[in-house]
Design a protein around this ligand. Structure first.
Ligand SMILES: Cc1ncc(COP(=O)(O)O)c(C=O)c1O
Length: 397
């Protein structure tokens, strides 16, 4: 079996063919190697493999598996990263990427506007092990500059924040972080792998929750950490293989099939997000329509420069607060109430009472997670039906 790939392929070709390893049967679709282990021809071979396994020599599925390797190779090639490690969930990727490289006494600077679980890792877990964390307003480069110091090991942020859709300048933060020798770790979920050029812009490590646009069809949890060979094989792999956050082969197969259609899906979803944002932007019941693709968004120009797109998610702030937001959510007929995003099905979320419920009221207020805020992830339905559904629900709000 050897991995099939060409550096000359464009993204869409890589997403369909990249990394494929065919067995002796020459199957068309990627095979699922649903095995936890591998048989050695001899005791000597087992010993040699434990000493140093070659790229297509597997030991145990917690360390690696052919189906998982296909997913890792395909997404690394697509992202322009040297290597990748697939994980059991997006949070396994975030916690693994950070914990694998940090030790007591290290300092992390991170943007304040983060997904609730990412904040938990920074504020509750890393600090418990002697890592110091400074939170900054991610769009304020002066705050990044002021927070950096010689012991700063990592700069961490979501390139587009969840749920308030602030866009953070990857190249500018990377320049500031690299000046003190810090590693730039970007949670790139909202930018999506389709629109990302994060590595070229200065990110050292890029993380995706594969649960979102990579699967894109609500089937499986997964994640991936992308970076240099040294970091992935030297730092992440030993940590992940001993702590057990590896992706399952069946999930890797789902994600491989997801990658085949991801470009088409995500571009269509982003187009729908723009259509919906434009249809809602002057609505009298909305205090704010937040979408980086709208010219009125504070970082619109940066979003266009960084990713050429506003992404697949918009946020609405209803003037009537939580009561109006709940009436709106309960009146939706097509858009479902759930908390994933990037899915083929459009999804509405009330962050203040769900994904960001844990945050103290003052922090929610500082981050703009108001009682009226609703996050909308646009799916693959006809945009006209979605606009009609959302406008009708706003009437009820
Ligand atoms: C920005 C961001 N990072 C990480 C995650 C975690 O991903 P997962 O649910 O796959 O663990 C999510 C969503 O859940 C997210 O929105």
């Amino acid at each position: 079996m050897e991995s099939r790939m060409s550096k000359d392929w464009n993204k869409r070709t890589t997403l369909v063919h990249g990394g494929i390893r065919r067995s002796q049967y020459n199957e068309v679709s990627e095979a699922i190697f649903l095995t936890q282990g591998f048989v050695y021809d001899s005791a000597e071979q087992a010993e040699a493999r434990f000493l140093k396994a070659g790229p297509d020599e597997f030991i145990y599925a917690r360390y690696g598996n052919p189906t998982v390797a296909m997913f890792e190779d395909r997404i690394a090639a697509m992202e322009g990263a040297e290597d990748a490690f697939a994980t059991a969930s997006g949070m396994a990727a975030v916690s693994g990427a950070l914990t694998a490289m940090l030790r007591a006494g290290d300092h992390v600077v991170a943007a304040r506007a983060l997904f609730g679980s990412c904040l938990y890792i920074l504020e509750e877990i890393l600090t418990r092990y002697g890592v110091e964390v400074t939170l900054v307003d991610g769009t304020d480069l002066d705050q990044w500059r002021a927070a950096m110091r010689p012991g700063t090991r990592v700069a961490f942020f979501e390139s587009i924040s969840n749920p308030t859709l602030e866009v953070i300048d990857i190249a500018a933060v990377a320049e500031i972080a690299h000046a003190v020798g810090a590693t730039v770790v970007v949670d790139n979920v909202f930018s999506t792998p389709v629109f990302s050029r994060a590595m070229q812009q200065g990110a050292d490590v890029v993380i995706y929750s594969a649960t979102k646009h990579i699967d894109g069809q609500g089937r499986a949890l997964g994640g991936v950490i992308l970076g240099s060979c040294d970091y992935i094989r030297g730092t992440v792999e030993p940590y992940m293989k001993h702590t057990g956050g590896a992706m399952s082969p069946f999930t890797a197969w789902i994600m491989l099939k997801g990658l085949e259609t991801m470009d088409l899906r995500v571009r269509a979803q982003a187009q729908t997000a723009l259509t919906v944002a434009e249809a809602l932007q002057d609505h009298p019941k909305l205090a704010r329509v937040i979408y980086p693709g709208l010219p009125g968004h504070a970082q619109h120009a940066l979003a266009m420069e960084q990713t050429d797109s506003g992404g697949t998610v918009i946020a609405l702030d209803l003037k009537g607060g939580q009561e109006a937001a709940f009436r709106f959510l309960n009146a939706l007929q097509i858009v479902i109430i759930s908390n994933n995003l990037g899915d083929a099905k459009s999804i509405a979320t009330h962050p203040a009472t769900t994904t960001h419920q844990r945050l103290p009221a003052a922090q929610k207020q500082h981050l703009g997670i108001t009682p009226g805020l609703v996050r909308l992830s646009l799916g693959l339905e006809d945009a006209r039906d979605l606009v009609a559904d959302i406008l009708a629900a706003l009437d009820q709000a």
